[in-house]
Design a protein around this ligand. Structure first.
Ligand code: NAD
Length: 477
């Protein structure tokens, strides 16, 4: 039984309840995890409050915080293979996808460890009668609530800047994927962080998540997940006027002009939608292709998609594993039916691999002849389903690209530098890739326009989510 991690201790759940965590490739249980409830949230928030208000953590200098974070990064790196096995068994992502996720998590920890001693207030110009300066102070107790697609990486996007700036964190991982967060809690202990600084309370969103969002001891909620959940969190956080940042869904356009390197664009389009089985918030799920090269590009994409090795994610030759759960599989299959029903043409996939009798597998799926009004062009599927639309000219491409409530990411493929820049500016999206897709840098902010959320994670900007500015006026008259 994996226990909760509260106030520096692994502990049983107050209600004595537990839930099973499955391997989506085998449909078998790989762990029993203690299920937190509101009483455990209470314990965790109190511990975190104490850490941030009066404990050792509160009086620690930035260099010492930095040292602990670097140590945690080193310890995690030493156990990286264990983390990789755990993440792959729990999420169905391939070993290489887990390696990328977890190596990035270590990098995020190191990047913000460096910021701990550099994020500073400023001295403002003033006359001889005053001395004006600002202090950057921690927000306090942060609730970090995350989804199942990049379990530890998306937690680290929140935990690392929050630690660097002196906050305490109560982390609620997605119930489907709590294992790497609990393993990271062991790293936190081994690195020597004071008690209460980091807590993990796995359990359902409706109880544990909701209790965190409304708890008066929580100062900030950092959330990644579905847009509808984001709306609910915003409503519940309103009474306590909590600070919130929301990283939500997407339906990102990937635009290929006729003058692009079509070989690179074809490979990029596959990576954009099939990486991590399409369970990527920024997935390039709408491929917009200029009419004159549509047949050629569709041919390239379809040919490669058909060859994708779908299977056991622990096998080194596998390129795509199962989707995360039975519910998600059914959701993906129902979108495929909707696409067929609305008249889109199925170019590849649309079914489940015949050679796999167990696991939530679905073949890479490509629809052509998709129109913007179709469900598969409007709604986030969060699975390996690509919708291909065509456009006539740049204006048509822009209109179609921006015709969505989302605005998380977008890409443009062209050899024309001016066109690339013009399109990048016209796209209503938080991230725009030019002649590439799905690349992330720890220094480059990430977040959404429109209903893909607000607040920027990563980079220097994320530090602002976890600090507040105190202005100090010293009278010298
Ligand atoms: P989800 O919204 O169902 O759950 C996310 C987390 O919120 C889970 O931990 C869940 O238990 C919790 N939760 C659910 N209801 C809650 C409530 N009422 N109060 C508090 N917490 C609650 O999302 P999911 O299905 O786990 O993840 C998939 C979604 O995440 C997709 O829509 C995807 O686009 C989005 N996502 C966005 C980004 C981004 O950076 N923008 C990154 C990854 C995933």
């Amino acid at each position: 039984m994996k226990q909760l991690f509260i106030n520096g201790q692994f502990t049983d759940a107050s209600g004595g309840r537990a839930f099973s965590v499955l391997n989506p490739a085998t449909e078998e249980s790989i762990a029993e995890v203690a299920e937190a409830d509101a009483r455990d949230v209470e314990r965790a928030v109190l511990g975190a409050r104490k850490a941030v208000d009066e404990g050792k953590w509160a009086s620690m200098g930035p260099s010492e915080r930095s040292r602990l974070m670097f140590k945690a990064a080193d310890l995690m790196e030493q156990k990286l293979d264990e983390f990789i096995q755990l993440e792959t068994s729990n999420t169905g992502k391939t070993l290489i996808e887990s390696k990328i996720e977890l190596s990035l998590a270590v990098e995020v920890l190191r990047y913000y460890a460096g910021w701990a001693s550099k994020h500073a207030g400023e001295t403002l110009p003033s006359g001889p009668k005053a001395f004006l300066f600002t202090l950057k102070e921690p927000v306090g107790v942060v609730a970090a609530i995350t989804p199942w697609n990049f379990p530890l990486l998306l937690a680290m996007w929140k935990v690392a800047p929050a630690l660097a700036t002196g906050n305490a964190i109560v982390h609620k991982p997605a119930s489907l994927t709590p294992l790497t967060a609990l393993r990271f809690a062991e790293v936190v202990v081994a690195a020597g962080f004071p008690e209460g600084v980091f807590n993990v309370v796995p359990g359902p969103g409706a109880t544990v998540g909701a209790a965190l969002v409304t708890h008066p001891g929580v100062d900030k909620v950092a959330f990644t997940g579905d847009t509808s959940t984001g709306r609910e969190i915003m409503r519940s956080a309103a009474d306590g006027l909590k600070k919130i940042s929301l990283e939500l869904g997407g339906k990102s356009p990937n635009i290929v002009f006729a003058d692009a390197d079509l070989d690179a664009a074809g490979r990029g389009a596959l990576n954009a939608i099939f990486y991590n089985k399409g369970e990527v918030c920024a997935a390039g799920s709408r491929l917009l292709v200029e009419e004159s090269v549509q047949d050629e590009l569709v041919g390239r994409v379809a040919e490669r998609a058909k060859k994708t090795a779908v299977g056991d994610p622990l096998d080194k030759n596998t390129r795509m594993g199962p989707v995360i759960s039975k519910t998600q599989l059914q959701k993906v299959l129902s979108y495929i039916e909707a696409g067929k029903g609305e008249g889109a043409r199925l170019a590849v996939g649309g079914d489940r691999p015949a050679h796999l009798s167990k696991g939530y597998f679905v073949n890479p799926t490509v629809f052509t002849g998709v129109r913007s009004s179709m469900k598969i062009a409007r709604e986030e599927i969060f699975g390996p389903v690509l919708s291909i639309l065509s456009f006539k000219d740049p204006a048509d491409a822009m209109a179609k690209a921006n015709e969505t409530m989302y605005g998380l990411a977008a890409a443009v493929w062209t050899r024309d530098l001016k066109k690339a820049h013009r399109v990048a500016r016209a796209l209503k999206a938080g991230t725009v890739w030019i002649n590439t897709y799905n690349l992330y840098d720890v220094a480059l902010p990430f977040g959404g326009y429109k209903q893909s959320g607000f607040g920027r994670e990563l980079g220097r900007e994320a530090l602002d989510l976890y600090t507040q500015t105190k202005s100090v006026w010293v009278d010298l008259s």
